[in-house]
Structure formats: structure tokens, C-alpha cells
Write a protein that binds this ligand. Structure first.
Ligand code: SF4
Length: 391
């Protein structure tokens, strides 16, 4: 999370992302960098992760967050997670209160594995629940049921986790507004500290497309999807959550610190196949093939590619796009100080029609933020910042 040190010098948070590209089955809508679990490859992959972290040129940096994402990181045994975390601790200066998140699929966890993760230093779990309706979960090719998800939360509480996030997806094939709200209510009943709600995006070659044709399922019209989003968030408001980003809500003090890195122009190092990094104004990615990643690390060869320094214009565009995702919006004075842009002077005329429509709040000299309705048309509003030379 961005902080302000004495003299207003911005202290930007820094994090580590560890990619775990293994899944027990491939969901029919998934477009992530992942493959089916292969125990031998997983063993070599963990070795490679440890090695990549050990020889990282940025070693020694102070780190505030670690995030195990996937894929299905909960397919790693607690001992494997501990080894990787141990390598992070040896190579970097991890904050005493570092947020350490592990993404988990509900069907993969047990009381033993969760206790092991907790003892090993994981202090936040993010469960990919997606729906509390079994028919919807089957339609998505998920391996868990609603009861399995409930059990996973109970087990996590018993293992001592006091920071749990649950993901839900809306606009699922065949999903009605009332069915979506059932899932939201079921989530609220479990009282996680954090929740993410995402619109399902069905990419062009997703197997789900064919299954939708075979099953005769369609997605609800746009205006129903908008109602799903707005009514879902209203229920989460009523349950005591605070929306802080387009897709994220949290109890007070429980915002996802790692994800805030991405939205607040922080710095992060990605480890593992296909992981992306942005560090001190330079961006790169690791090669994405898991087998090739393992082989190259084992051979002592580099895995980073496409490194480039972000231009001043790119940094500014990202600050605008990412800043607008946050409910607090963009601090216009800070933006002017960092990027030399007078947003009102440059874009005021184009932005005013969105203000008139009630989808944008512009407090000149102070803040620019989307309203909740504006979050539904965020892409359209952000187009204002594209095309013209940003100054
Ligand atoms: S569990 Fe997640 S990463 Fe794995 S296939 Fe399903 S959606 Fe993709």
C-alpha cells in the first residue's frame, strides 16, 4: 500500500508474486498459465522457484507482501510452501507484518494442510469459490461443491486463519439475478474478511463456449449483469463490507495489500513460469512454459524476457487507469506532483459529460473517482485518457 513518509516522499510498497501453474483439472473457462498436475514436475518446479529466488538480482530489498497465485497453489504441500517462503525470507528483508497470501481451491485443503500453511507463515487465504450453487459449479467444471467451500472456510478458521478472502463470479451461463444473489448471501453468511466479485469473461476459444451451445445456456442481458453487480454490492454493503476497488470489498483494515501494489503503482517481482514483474520502472516477464522454466533454472540460465523501461507516458496512463479502479479514485495533487499532469486542464472538458451523467466525481484539484454506476462503464470513461498526448 502506498504510504507517505516525512517530507511527502512517497514510500511505495513492494511485493513478491510466486506462480504455481498446476491444477487438478482444467476449468472450461480458464485462460491462465496453468497445466495438469504432474508430481515429478511439481517437485522440480519448487526446486526451480527456490533457486530463482536465491539468485534474484534484487535480493536484499524490503518486501511487504508475498502472494502465491496460480494455477492452484494449494496443490503445493505445506513443506513446499515453507521452502519457497524460506527462500524469500533469506533473499529479501520481509516485513515482520508482511501479508502472505496463498490462493486455494476448496477441495484441495485439509485440516493438516491448512495448519501446515499457517505454521509455515501463510497468514491470508484466498479461496476460489466462484459460486455457492452446485449446478453453476458443475457448469464451470469446478471440482468442489458449495458444501466443500463452506467446509474449507471452517477448516481455515480452525487452523487459525483470521484473514480469508472468497472469490465469486457473476454473469455465469444460465445464471439469473436471484441465483447470483443467493451466492452473495451465502458468502456473507461465512463472514470472510475480504471478497472479490468478478464478471466471468468467456474468451474466444474457451471450451465453455461449446458447452453453452450444447447445454442451451446463455448469459443474462447486459442490463441484468449490471443489476447483478449493483445489487450484489448493495448486499455486501449491508453485510458490513466496504468496497475499495471495482471488484473488491473488505472489512475495515482487511484490504488486499498485495493487490493494492498493482493498483497503486507499487513494485513487485514475479517468480515462476510466466510470472510478470514491475520493479523500479522496468517491466519484464518470465518465459511461460513450465518445463522450459524448470530446465533453464536448473541449467543456470536466465528466465526473464522482454525487459523494458516504462516510458513516462506509460507510467502516467497506468496511474490513471489503476487509480480509477479504486473507489477513492485518483489523488489529483499527487498525480500532478508525480507525473506533471493537470487532469482537469487536460481532460476536464471530456470528463464533464461523465460527471453530468453521474458516473464520475470530479473534485477539481483534489480527486477524480468513479461512482459505483461508473464502475460499470469504467472502460468507456478510461478511453478519455487514450489517444491524446498525455502531458
Ligand atoms: S483452478 Fe483456476 S487456474 Fe486452475 S484451471 Fe480452474 S480457473 Fe484455471
Amino acid at each position: 500500500m502506498a504510504r507517505w513518509a516525512r517530507g511527502d516522499e512517497r514510500v511505495v510498497a513492494r511485493g513478491l508474486y510466486v506462480h504455481v501453474p498446476f491444477c487438478a483439472a482444467i476449468c472450461n473457462y480458464c485462460n491462465f498459465n496453468r497445466g495438469l498436475l504432474d508430481d515429478e514436475l511439481k517437485r522440480r518446479y519448487v526446486d526451480a522457484l527456490v533457486e530463482e529466488i536465491r539468485r534474484c538480482p534484487e535480493a536484499g530489498a524490503a518486501i511487504d507482501t508475498v502472494f502465491f497465485g496460480g494455477g492452484t497453489p494449494s496443490l503445493l504441500a505445506p513443506g513446499e510452501v515453507s521452502r519457497v517462503l524460506g527462500a524469500c525470507r533469506e533473499a529479501f528483508s520481509l516485513a515482520v507484518d508482511a501479508e502472505v497470501t496463498l490462493e486455494a481451491n476448496p477441495e484441495t485443503v485439509s485440516d493438516r494442510s491448512l495448519s501446515g500453511y499457517r505454521v509455515g507463515g501463510v497468514n491470508r487465504l484466498s479461496y476460489g469459490v466462484q459460486s455457492f450453487r452446485d449446478a453453476e459449479l458443475r457448469r464451470l467444471g469446478r471440482l468442489h461443491s458449495a458444501d466443500t467451500a463452506r467446509r474449507a472456510v471452517r477448516l481455515a478458521r480452525a487452523a487459525g486463519f483470521d484473514n480469508i478472502s472468497l472469490d465469486l463470479m457473476l454473469w455465469l451461463p444460465g445464471q439469473r439475478l436471484s441465483e447470483w444473489l443467493e451466492s452473495v448471501d451465502a458468502l456473507a453468511e461465512l463472514a470472510p474478511e475480504h471478497a472479490s466479485i468478478y464478471l466471468l469473461e468467456i474468451y474466444p476459444h474457451a471450451p465453455l463456449r461449446d458447452e453453452m451451445v450444447r447445454g442451451g445456456w446463455s448469459v443474462a442481458p447486459d442490463e441484468v449483469a449490471a443489476e447483478m453487480y449493483l445489487q450484489g454490492l448493495s448486499r455486501l454493503d449491508a453485510a458490513g463490507y466496504e468496497q475499495y476497488e471495482i471488484s473488491n470489498v473488505a472489512r475495515p483494515g482487511r484490504r488486499a495489500r498485495h493487490n493494492l501494489l498493482y493498483w497503486e503503482s507499487g513494485h513487485w517481482l514475479g517468480f515462476g513460469g510466466g510470472a510478470h514483474s514491475t520493479w523500479n520502472g522496468v517491466r519484464w516477464r518470465n518465459l511461460s512454459s513450465t518445463a522450459e522454466y524448470v530446465d533453464r533454472v536448473a541449467a543456470g540460465r536466465p528466465v526473464r524476457m522482454d525487459a523494458r523501461t516504462l516510458s513516462a507516458e506509460e507510467r502516467l496512463e497506468e496511474a490513471l487507469f489503476m487509480g480509477l479502479r479504486l473507489t477513492e479514485g485518483i489523488d489529483l495533487q499527487a498525480l500532478a506532483a508525480r507525473h506533471g499532469l493537470d487532469v482537469v486542464g487536460r481532460y476536464g472538458a471530456e470528463l464533464s459529460r461523465f460527471v453530468d451523467l453521474g458516473v464520475l466525481v470530479l473534485d477539481p484539484g483534489r480527486r477524480l473517482a468513479l461512482t459505483r454506476e461508473g464502475m460499470l462503464v469504467a472502460n468507456e470513461i478510461m478511453m478519455v485518457f487514450i489517444g491524446g498526448p498525455v502531458r
